[in-house]
Design a protein around this ligand. Sequence first.
Ligand SMILES: Cc1cc2nc3c(=O)[nH]c(=O)nc-3n(C[C@H](O)[C@H](O)[C@H](O)COP(=O)(O)O)c2cc1C
Ligand code: SF4
Ligand code: SF4
Length: 588
Amino acid sequence: MAGAPDLTPYSFDALLGRVAHEWQNRRRVFDLPTARFWSPHPETDLSMDFLGRPAATPVGPAAGPHSQMAQNIVLGWLAGARLFELKTVQVLDDLEIGRPCIDMETIGFNIEWSQELKVRESLEEYVKASMAIEILSRWDPIRELVGPDPGPHVFDMSVGYDLEGIKTDTVANFIDSLANASNEIERLRPMIPKPFAEFRDIDFPTCVADTVTVSTFHGCPPDEIEAIAKHLMTRHGLDVIIKLNPTLLGFGDVVEILQETLGYEHIRLNRHVFPDDLLFERGVELISELREFARQQGRRFGIKLTNTLVVDNDKGWMPDDPMYLSGPPLHVLATTLLDELLSAMPDVFKVAGHTGDVQVTFSAGVTRENLSTTVGMGVAPATLSSDLLKPGGYGRLEPMLRKLTGDMRAAGVRNLADWHHYKWLEARAAGYRGPVEAHMRAILDGPELELYSYAGNQKKLRRVDHELQMWGCVACNFCVTVCPNDAFFNISTPDDSGLDGRQQYMVLAELCNECGNCMTFCPEDGDPAQVKPKLFLTKERFDMAEGQGFLLRVENGRFDVVSKPESESETVRLISVINNEEGIPVGV
Ligand SMILES: Cc1cc2nc3c(=O)[nH]c(=O)nc-3n(C[C@H](O)[C@H](O)[C@H](O)COP(=O)(O)O)c2cc1C
Ligand code: SF4
Ligand code: SF4
C-alpha cells in the first residue's frame, strides 16, 4: 500500500490570517472567486428541515473530502452549502489509505474509506469551521456577497464503523464534544487573529452538531447497525440517520441497472459481498424498528440514500481493491432504491406525496442538471461529493442553487414545500405514482439516460502533449478548483522573473494528502502535487518530506526560503514569485 503524508491542518489563527490576507490581496476566500459566493434570492425560500433543524439551502457536501478540514467546510458554506455531512470519524484513526485514492476521470471511484485526521484533530477542525462561519457571516467585507442573512446551517456528524469503536471513550468524547463544544471554543477563541479581533467576544453556538449519520461499512451486520443507532439515540441523545448502501437493491437489480441499462458492462461487481450487506426485507424491518424506537425515545430518525457501491478495482490506478463507485450511475441506483422503499413502505417517509416522518437524505450523483428534480422528490438535503471533485470544485454549488431557484421561479413557486407539491402534481398528471417514479422512468426509459449511462460518461479528459514542469504550464487552473483541501493556488508571474506563463502554480504541502485528483485533471503529463513547488510552513513536515520542497519562514512580513534539494536558482525564482505584489495566500 502506498504511503501518504499526514494532513496537517492549519492552526485557527493561520487559517483566519489566510482569509484576511487573501481577501486584502486578491478579493477571494480560500481561492473561491466572489462570483461563486452564494447569495439567496430575496423572494425564493430554499430552506429545509433536517431532523427538526432549519437549513437555509437543501445542499451541502456529503461525508468525504469536502467535509474534513475547516477550510473545506467554510468553502462549501461560502458557495451555498447549508447542510454538512461531516467526514466520518471512527476510532481507528491511524490507518494508512493507499494513494492516489480518488479517481474522478469519468464517473467516480475512490478507496478513501476512512478519515485521515486523528479524532481530536477532526473535532478541532469541525469546531474551527463552525466558528469561522460565525465570524464570516458577520464580516463586513463579504456581507453583501453572502446576503444580509446567510440563514441557518446544520453540521451533521458522521460516525462509523462498528459499535465497539463508537462506544470507545475516544469516539464518545468526540460526539459529546461536538454536542457541547464550549471547552474547544474557549480554547480556540484567543487564537482569533487581529483582523477579526472584533469577533473575539461573540457568542459562538456551543452545539456544533447534535445529529449523526451512521456510515455503515460494507458487510456491517444488520443487528450491529440497529444497535449503533439505538446507542447513539440513548447514550448520546442524538437524532440519527442511517446511511444505506446500494447493495440493498440486491445483486440482480444492480447488475440489471448498472450493466444492462446503463451500459457499464466493464464494471465488475462481486456477487459475494451482497449477502453480507443489509438485504431489502431486513432493511424494511430495520427502518420500521428504528422509526418506532426513535418515537419511543422522543428522537428523530431518517435514512440516507446512498453510500458508494463496492466494485472490483480492475483499473489499477488506485492501489487498493475493492474500490467504491459514486457519481451518475449511483444516482440511478439510489433513485430506484427510493422508489422500491416507497412502494414497500407507503407513508413512512417524509417525501413528496407521503405523510410519513422518516427523513430521506440523498447523496448519489447530484449535479446541476438533476438538483431540481432530486430535491423535487422531497428528499432533503441533497449532498454531494463526486460533482464537487470536478473542475470548478466548490464553485459548482452556486450555479446549482441558482438553477434550482430559476426552475422554482419559472414554475411560480417560492418555497420548497410548494416545489414538492408542484413536482407531485406534474408527476401525477403524467401518470406516475409520484416524482420519484417520474424521475426514475425519465432516466431508465430514455430521455435522460445519457446523463447517467456509460455512453454519456466515457469521454476522456483533454490532454496536451507536454511534460509538466515546476514553472509554467497551460494554466488551466484545474488543480486549484478540483483540490478539496484548497492546497493549490496560483500567483501572477512577476515581469522580471524570466519565467514562462502568466501564472505560476504551487501547493501548500501540509494541506495535500496526495489524493490524486489534481493529477487526474491536469492536462499536462505529470502530477502537479509532486512537480509544482511544494511549500511547507512547518520545518518538521519539510524535513520529513521526500522530493523537492521549500520551507517558508516569514521575517518582517517578507518570506525567507529554504529549498530542498538545495538550489540557489530555484530559491531565487521562488522568492521572486512569492514576494510579488499579490503575496501568497498565507497570513504574514
Ligand atoms: C473520496 C470520497 C470519500 C468518501 N468518504 C466517505 C466517508 O468518509 N464516509 C461516508 O459515509 N461516505 C463517504 N463517501 C461517500 C459520499 O459521502 C457519498 O455518499 C457518495 O460519494 C455518493 O455521492 P456522490 O455520487 O455525490 O459522490 C466518500 C465519497 C468519496 C467520493
Ligand atoms: S493538491 Fe492535488 S493531490 Fe493534493 S490534496 Fe489537492 S487535489 Fe489532492
Ligand atoms: S499544473 Fe496542470 S492543472 Fe494546474 S494549472 Fe497547470 S496545467 Fe492546469
